[in-house]
Design a protein around this ligand. Sequence first.
Ligand SMILES: NC(=O)C1=CN([C@@H]2O[C@H](COP(=O)(O)OP(=O)(O)OC[C@H]3O[C@@H](n4cnc5c(N)ncnc54)[C@H](OP(=O)(O)O)[C@@H]3O)[C@@H](O)[C@H]2O)C=CC1
Ligand SMILES: CC(C)(CO)C(=O)C(=O)O
Length: 348
Amino acid sequence: MKISVLGAGAIGTMLGGLIRDNDPTCQVVLLGRGPHIQTIRDTGRVQLQGPWPTREVQVIGTDNPADIAGSDIVLVTVKSQATAEAIAAAAPYIDSAIVVSVQNGFNDAALLKHVNEERLVMGITATNVTVPEPGTASLQFNGTIVLGPNAERTNAASATAATKTLEKTGFRVFEEANVEGVRYNKLAINSPGYAASLSQSNFITEAVCHRGWRTAVGKPLADECLRVFDTAGVKLARIPKLPDIRKLRGFFGKLDSPLLGPIVGTGAKLIFNRRPIQFSLYQDLLKGKGTEVDHTLGEIVRLAERNGTTAPYNQMVIDLAREIENRGAGKFFTREEVIDRFRQIESR
Ligand SMILES: NC(=O)C1=CN([C@@H]2O[C@H](COP(=O)(O)OP(=O)(O)OC[C@H]3O[C@@H](n4cnc5c(N)ncnc54)[C@H](OP(=O)(O)O)[C@@H]3O)[C@@H](O)[C@H]2O)C=CC1
Ligand SMILES: CC(C)(CO)C(=O)C(=O)O
């Protein structure tokens, strides 16, 4: 079986590497660019770090889309804004492969320009991976993958085949009939996570567990996402085994309780100070790269507008991310500056 990854950065390298490590009969091609893929191409190996001794896995690294020809499965793991260009370059070599988007953001239209709907499967991953140095992918958080058929189920066979292949990663993989509901849920979870990234705050211990941040930033974002989904008639589906936006909103409430708050907060700090979640948006801001925020939280803002409402809190995260992008690598806000900017929305 030949599996190719289109856009092998953090997520794509981890998924492709784990598949190859767990099933050496699979040929895995990591198509990417820059020093990361150059290192993999030169050494013929990728290093996988995680809650295991470092694994060295043999893969093919390439920057030439022609090398994916003959694939059974192509995993799309470029950032959303790179999807149109990446799939256009890969299209002549996709042949009859099943194409699986494992991205945040709704890139269906860009992918459908080049891939038959029966062979396109949309999904998300709620894992967390970084590239600490070229040639290495590091698993920060061992989560799940969810994918599923489209509403008409024209791609149902492909969704099942993609699920079986992704199970080779060793992650928990779920096929979900309402995958669109999962994808919206994931965007909503990312919304407060991105907001914490604007000030380099540990999402759980320095943002969620901080009363001022929770009140001015976390709760309004979660409430806004839920209100927009409700107005638009989006039916959310759970991300199995993980908290969803409703649970996260409930957790914010629990932390406000004078009795329960300190206990829950201490437990959360013990767990999340050890291996902080590094949101993909944070990783890009740190490197001074353009982020995909317009394609992720921008979806929530556009969904609001299409349904006659607004999403000013999500728009604020987008605006602040843009400001950091323009200021340059690593020039983040302080948590208090973020809180101040969010408070200004209330007084408008
Ligand atoms: N990292 C994470 O923990 C998580 C990420 N996600 C989602 O997964 C998706 C991928 O994220 P992530 O892995 O972090 O992103 P990365 O930026 O680490 O990886 C994407 C890679 O694709 C490369 N690329 C861009 N355009 C092309 C192209 N035309 N041809 C070949 N390679 C290309 C990029 O190169 P370059 O850097 O030069 O642009 C980069 O190396 C995103 O949608 C993200 O939101 C979801 C859950 C967790
Ligand atoms: C929430 C997270 C970390 C996945 O679990 C993510 O989606 C991201 O980094 O963008």
